[in-house]
Design a protein around this ligand. Structure first.
Ligand code: SF4
Length: 399
């Protein structure tokens, strides 16, 4: 978190959206109004820990300060335009931002699949090896939120609905954090928001500064206080961003890397950014990542029929990953109408996984959540850039 000092710049603090200010920045802003520094922590706590935005309800503040805050127009920068619930209780939230852009975030229940070979997306991503209060919350009440960091995505992965729409814009840190606050209001009785995965629309490391600030806000002990190990940032392999994330957060934030193919030629067909950061460079970066003890990097591998799902490619992947602490998530291609890529046969998926397991890797097949609301991996996209009048049906590409 090496950029902490710049966060105390008073003009920067004043320019930030109120939800994007850290406690020290709030203190800087309020000091100009003659308020003591501890007020910064109090206001931050109201907004982030309690999700209260109405200054009149901030009962431990002075009447004067409440009046001042009321004049600052503090509010969440977006609203939930609709919620679509799938049969497995996955909830896809369509969030409309102030400029009309619409993004999505997805609440995913963490109930274990009775099929031991298949796991929930989140369970496969989040390392529970050093779990603390796992026994206190039944698994069927634990929930993961998949967060978006951009409106659209510039990476253009050919199997991904978000990639097809191109990049609209990056989200402000406040727009990233608000997804957590808005999603929290959708939780049922006894349900606990346990994990965050930055795997929604966008490439988080292509929008590094906003992503890093959102991580600092979400992990701040006076706010939501997420443990960094309960947050996973997913990347398609932007090497400079991986390095920065490792340095800034000492490897504590979980890292998921989409590999999708063990050789450059195949990977370039699926992930065009491979031309800039080829596999050898990416692997060297992963080997140097400051991974804490007992943690592993999650390798995401979308299986596409006839493209990257052969036994030979499984063997190549095994060689590629040798010596790196990883677990592998295998994601059978989700159907996207209009896409040339096909869904792999179940037997092919099982064989690919078995080869990895026999080679000593933890390998999981990710269960599809929310297919019926197009909220599964690679399906988060909204038609066009303009505001859509109605939620696209499940027949339409990208939800
Ligand atoms: S898979 Fe991720 S990085 Fe690739 S286009 Fe989709 S959202 Fe962007």
């Amino acid at each position: 978190m090496s950029r902490a000092s710049s966060e105390l710049d008073p003009s920067l603090a004043a320019r930030l959206h109120p939800l994007a200010r850290l406690p020290a920045e709030w203190a800087t802003v309020l000091a100009r109004l003659g308020e003591p520094s501890y007020r910064g922590q109090q206001v931050f706590r109201w907004l982030h820990a309690r999700g209260v935005f109405d200054p009149a309800a901030m009962t431990d503040l002075s009447r004067n300060l409440r009046g001042t805050l009321a004049g600052m127009d503090i509010e969440v920068p977006g609203r939930v335009a609709s919620v679509h619930r799938s049969q497995d209780d996955t909830r896809k939230l369509l969030v409309e931002l102030a400029d009309g852009a619409r993004i999505e975030c997805v609440l995913i229940p963490m109930g274990r699949d009775p099929n031991a070979d298949e796991v929930d997306a989140d369970a496969a991503v989040i390392d529970d090896e050093d779990g603390d209060d796992e026994v206190l919350v039944p698994s069927n009440r634990r929930t993961t939120l998949c967060v978006s960091t951009q409106y659209g995505c510039a990476m253009g992965c050919t199997f991904c609905a978000s990639g097809k729409m191109g990049l609209g814009r990056g989200l402000d840190p406040a727009e990233i954090v608000q997804q957590v606050l808005l999603a929290r209001r959708q939780l049922g009785a006894g349900e606990v928001l346990r994990n965050l995965v930055f795997m929604g629309m966008g490439e988080p490391l292509h929008h590094y500064d906003a992503t890093a600030r959102a991580l600092r806000l979400l992990t701040h002990p006076d706010g939501l206080g997420f443990s960094p190990r309960r947050i996973t940032v997913s990347t398609v392999g932007l090497v400079p961003g991986i390095r920065r994330l490792g340095e800034d957060f000492a490897g504590k934030v979980g890292l998921a890397v989409s590999i999708h193919a063990p050789d450059d030629a195949t990977r370039e067909r699926l992930v065009p950014i491979n031309r800039r950061y080829p596999i050898a460079e990416l692997m060297a970066c992963l080997r140097a990542y400051p991974l804490p003890r007992r943690r592993r990097i999650t390798v995401e591998y979308t299986l596409v029929a006839g493209v990257n799902d052969s036994a030979g490619q499984a063997q190549e992947l095994i060689r590629l990953l040798r010596g790196i602490r990883v677990k592998v998530n295998l994601i059978p291609m989700n159907p996207i109408p209009g896409s040339p890529w096909g869904v792999p046969a179940d037997a092919r998926v099982a064989e690919f996984r078995d080869l990895l397991v026999r080679a000593g890797y933890s390998a999981f097949v990710r269960r599809r959540h929310g297919d019926d609301v197009a909220g599964a991996c690679g399906q988060l996209a909204i038609h066009g850039r303009s505001v859509v009048a109605a939620w696209p049906s499940k027949q339409e590409p990208g939800g």
